[in-house]
Design a binder for this molecule. Sequence first.
Ligand code: ADP
Ligand code: MG
Length: 456
Amino acid sequence: MTNEAWGKLREDLIKRVGRNNYTTWIEPIRLAELQGSVARFEVPTSFFGDWVSRNFSDHILHQLNASGQDVSRVEFFVPQVSQPRAVRAAASAPAKPAPRLSRRAANDEELPGATLDARFTFDSFVVGKPNELAHAAARRVAEGGPVTFNPLFLYGGVGLGKTHLMHAIAHELQVRQPDLRVLYLSAEQFMYRFVQALRDKQIMDFKEIFRSVDVLMVDDVQFIAGKDSTQEEFFHTFNALVDQNKQIIISADRAPGEIKDLEDRIKSRLQCGLVVDLHPTDYELRLGILQQKAETYRQQYPGLQIAPGVLDFLAHRITTNVRVLEGALTRLFAFASLVGREITLELAQDCLADILRASDRKLTIEEIQRKVAEHYNIRLSDMIGPKRLRNIARPRQVAMYLAKQLTPRSLPEIGRRFGGRDHTTIMHGVKKIEELMATDSQLNDDLNLLKRLLQG
Ligand code: ADP
Ligand code: MG
């Protein structure tokens, strides 16, 4: 196989790796030889070769084999300096000539960033109360105007959209300012590149690359906690960029001050800009996300019906995080299309039984007793003690009622946790509350409040 044949073949990789990666990493490499089952490619630098090898060699291998070549390994090498550059240029497929040779363009090719997910855009990000501030800040940074807060620090629990927002910023910046050098990577990748650069004695290259970007985004920065030399390097990179007034965007699973084993000077640096958190989703946001996702699935599976109330049900029941929510919907659509049935509540309950079970919050009787005691201002020990005074007996019955309502425990089990009371005592307590509810509006208010607190 010749390099020219490869030149045609490789275009199919656009679909697999995306246009951006293709131009940056695939186009510049040249098939030098194919001997036996080994394909050898020329790359401009060893750094470049490493990156392609790590991220794209499987794709390249697949592509070669798909074309009928029996290749089991791909290798990358930097040609000897003595080899005249002009010859290589002439030998390669009719390429775009000039721009790639400029220093800036050449440098771009070596940005060791991670692949951006094409789906993570602002368009596909649903905004609600819990994330509106983070979203607004991300939008602002994505406008690419003068740097007003540095860094932008986004934090929140897993699956709440941190990575999505960061990718969205990168996409938007690339559209608005194609020349801007935007580097997105995880803290883990940062550490990995750093260690590798140390090992290969390329630390100057490493520093130069990281300090020459216009926008640096580091995802999941909590990862470098406790990794001292990586922290040190990160700190210097960070300072160098801030000094040049370059935008930095950081994410973590918690606030800067709460990251253990992170040096204080780094913590305080991270707090210097704008720190915003993504709150746990609320029902409206979850429903919004489900509706948007369902819309794209309807296009993907035309003819598939979804019964009213299903999305609502999922938004109520799956409260953990957006990733789980999305996974549930994906499975539901795939399953329904497989069996050719409408998506009904029953189908959802069947098909998602494990997810639904896992996201049921496991509320304990002890939690209920504690909250109720707190609410009525009595001692926790009185919940299980023998006192019969009304101002203690009534709250105890409220707790019994809630334990029956909100947990799957049986009456005898509940009885045991109320100081070994008989199940008939529990039944009596539950009945008493039910009776009172018909007339006592204060009690109803109390119950509603307690339920809300407990089910959070
Ligand atoms: P994090 O990085 O905070 O752990 P991600 O950004 O990876 O979370 O989000 C997890 C999944 O949930 C992704 O598929 C993402 O697209 C989706 N997601 C999270 N928040 C939203 C949102 N507000 N709108 C649409 N999709 C969202
Ligand atoms: Mg993430």
